[in-house]
Design a protein around this ligand. Sequence first.
Ligand code: MEV
Length: 317
Amino acid sequence: MQVKASVPGKIILSGEHAVVYGKPAIAAAVDKRLTVTLQSRNDGKKIIQTDADDTKLIDAAIKVVKNGLEMQKKGFDLNVKSEIPIGAGMGSSAAVAVAVAATLVVASTGQSKLDLEKINKLAYEVERIQHGTPSGIDNFTVTFGGFLWYRKELEFLKTFWKLQFKVTKDMQHFYLINTGKPVETTGEMVKMVKQKLETADLTLEVLHDIEGVTKKVLLGIRGEDEKLLLSSMSENERLLEKLGVVGEFAKNIVQEIEQSGGVAKISGAGGVKDRSGILLVYHKDKNTVAKIAKKHNLDWFPAKLGAEGVRIESIEA
Ligand code: MEV
């Protein structure tokens, strides 16, 4: 049996890091997908091929997916291909976990209809092994897709609203610039922020301020208020800089984008030692975004927000 599943990447419009402390965040699935193809074998071997550079994560995902046991006895080839930049804040690890869970569950049960709740829970377990104390926003976003208002109230109470409105045509000026894979992992960045908050380097007020900005970002998009969106995205970037999760290289790119009439913020955990992962950019002039990215030799692409979540692409007997 062969099962192929694909999972979108994600970006966070506002609220990363604060979401670990019970504050809300807005995330969207984006139209860059990671695809896992699982082909059953009869010799019990498990052979993994991946361009996502993360066999340890795939092993963890396979272990967590207990429902895949039947398939695990038989063995399988597992092939991972990713359009999502790896380790850059676009949810690649959650996408791997979700896709591995989806293919193993479908191949083991023979049922093609995905139990999204179950797959999401399995992926969260993998994220915990990988990152320590994730909020769950990455696995929720790539599993369910669309546009999410997410909040982790308590460990057993994670809530999300699928936002029913879309970014209107007039406001589809979102781009992503990849400043490069951070040296630090998401887990390390989350830990760093925690230490700062505990040692009073930072007060909890910054989390409160991020919550306010997140609400303004949402009002900006919903009300088609571009001015509000621009000012709140840039306020969000300043607060992330205050949290200490944005490196100098990324700060310079943000500045160039701002000087040319747009706004930009890191999206995800960030990084400070060197690069900071993906930048979410809002700019009316695509050519300017291209020029700035090219000048620094960075990948960039338009971001279509609100892509479909995990889906089964094909099942062959
Ligand atoms: C990572 O995409 C977002 C963080 O807020 C961590 C998390 O929510 O688990 C930095």
